[in-house]
Design a protein around this ligand. Structure first.
Ligand code: GDP
Length: 295
């Protein structure tokens, strides 16, 4: 995960580690390399620039140059800043409702259906949760079938209704069904399109207003880099969502989305998807991720 970025950051720190005497010039050079590594990893230029400025200010504030181990202190400052950029502490999902309704949003292909299954499986394994999956993609029959396959695989019931093209009605009926049948979590998988468009935004916004979910999650493919961040912004403007799910982190992704998304939408990444299997889900811990990035 993020091997390229990790390598480049490692090289940047070599600049510091390689010198007997560390000077302001070495520190500036290192930070320039850090910024370049971030931009190459698809982090927005302004975010990368602000990042290195913050680290530089802290380095001056903590008098890094006269510390015993300046190289290590610089790595720590970069790690702390990466952690804070990615969200600080890990944030869970709100499961206080009965049922707790979780609305999934995102573009087609981002991994919504797969993640809905993973989350249902994750919650089901907690024993106190009985999730219901809801198929709300009324345009693609294959999407409904896909959710049924997922549900069968993990032993979770899937609510669908092929008779209507009204996703608001399906969601409301599903919540009523959950109440009647003792499901305490309802995960609603919605229709996505290949790009942000008005019809999709209106539809998801209507569902959101009608059901007032405890948790609205935005699912995004981490491979899409800066586009991921732009899409997040568009969805957040409409939905004011609660958290981000970053999928496909097992692929050859550069890391820009993971690093930039929080500072653009000011919402935490809550889970990551690390594969196609139902078990490939992890809670997102910013500090652990920063540790991995810095090797
Ligand atoms: P949706 O259109 O948003 O519902 O997206 P899908 O759930 O159908 O996922 C699109 C494709 O991405 C499928 O082939 C999934 O198997 C794949 N996929 C989803 N999540 C992950 C992940 O975390 N890692 C990998 N490698 N593939 C994933």
């Amino acid at each position: 995960m993020f091997d390229n970025l990790s390598d480049k950051l490692d090289k940047a720190f070599h600049i510091l580690k390689g010198h007997g005497q560390i000077t302001e010039v070495n520190v500036a050079e290192t930070l320039k390399e850090v910024r370049r590594a971030l931009v190459d990893a698809d982090v927005n230029y302004k975010i990368a620039k602000d990042f290195t400025k913050t680290v530089k200010d802290k380095a001056i504030g903590q008098d890094v140059l006269s510390s015993l181990k300046p190289g290590e202190l610089m790595v720590k400052l970069v790690k702390d800043e990466l952690t804070s950029l990615m969200g600080g502490d890990a944030k869970g999902i709100n499961l206080s409702g009965n049922p707790s309704v979780i609305l999934m949003s995102g573009l087609q292909g981002s991994g919504k259906t797969t993640f809905s299954g993973k989350l249902a499986n994750f919650l089901k394994n907690k024993k106190t949760k009985k999730p219901l999956l809801v198929a709300c993609d009324v345009y693609r029959p294959a999407a409904i079938d896909q959710l049924h396959v997922v549900g069968e695989q993990i032993g979770v019931e899937v609510y669908s209704n092929r008779e209507t093209k009204d996703p608001v009605k399906i969601s409301q009926d599903a919540i009523a069904h959950a109440k009647e049948n003792g499901f305490n979590v309802v995960i609603i998988d919605t229709a996505g399109r290949l790009a942000v468009d008005e019809a999709m935004m209106t539809e998801i916004s209507n569902i959101h207003k009608a059901i007032q979910p405890q948790e609205t999650l935005f699912v995004v493919d981490s491979m899409t880099g800066q586009d991921a961040v732009n899409t997040a912004k568009a969805f957040n403007d409409i939905l004011n969502f609660d958290g981000v799910i970053l999928t496909k982190l097992d692929g050859d992704t550069r890391g820009g989305a993971a690093i930039s998304i929080k500072s653009v939408v000011d919402k935490p990444i809550k889970f990551i998807g690390t594969g196609e299997k139902m078990e490939a889900i992890d809670v997102f811990y910013p500090e652990r991720m920063a540790d991995r990035i810095l090797g």
